[in-house]
Design a protein around this ligand. Sequence first.
Ligand code: FE
Ligand code: FE
Ligand code: ZN
Ligand code: FE
Length: 190
Amino acid sequence: MANLKDLFLDELADMYDAENRISKALPKMAKAATTPELKEALLKHQKETLGQIENLKKVFAAFDEKPKGKECKATVGLLEEGDEIVEENKGEPTLNAGIISACQKVEHYEIASYSCLIEWANLLENEEAASALEQILEEEKNASETLTELAADANDEANAEAEEDGDEEPKASKNGPRQNSPQTPSKRVK
Ligand code: FE
Ligand code: FE
Ligand code: ZN
Ligand code: FE
């Protein structure tokens, strides 16, 4: 890495690749989700993501560069985990909670990445790039907030079923009391 501008352009190419991958993954996640609210939120963010790709092209242009992608290994991995969560929770009450957690990891990765890029764009005194990146960061933060709101119901759904499963006897006693649990009554000692 020769200088901050090279580092900036390298990370910009990383995020350009990331957004392209995310735009393809979000419709799959929306299809897997089982509530209209979650489906809608994921599709809305997919549309925003297409706008972000256009916005990133403007950032390249602000540096007189052509848009270019460099494989974002982190996003490849996060999206692989998302696919795995969908596979493992299909038909289960935990599916929506799992999808939300996978999507939140992507949003937080994006928030960290854009926060760095904005800092660097400012240091490189490129206001046009910084403001385009600020707009993207705002959308990522809003997407994360929406997911947090939707997580309340999804987590209840995941948790309610666990309680129903344990209807016949209290959950803790399913496999016998835990030997060293502080909740285990110590009648014999007293
Ligand atoms: Fe994004
Ligand atoms: Fe990356
Ligand atoms: Zn990335
Ligand atoms: Fe996002």
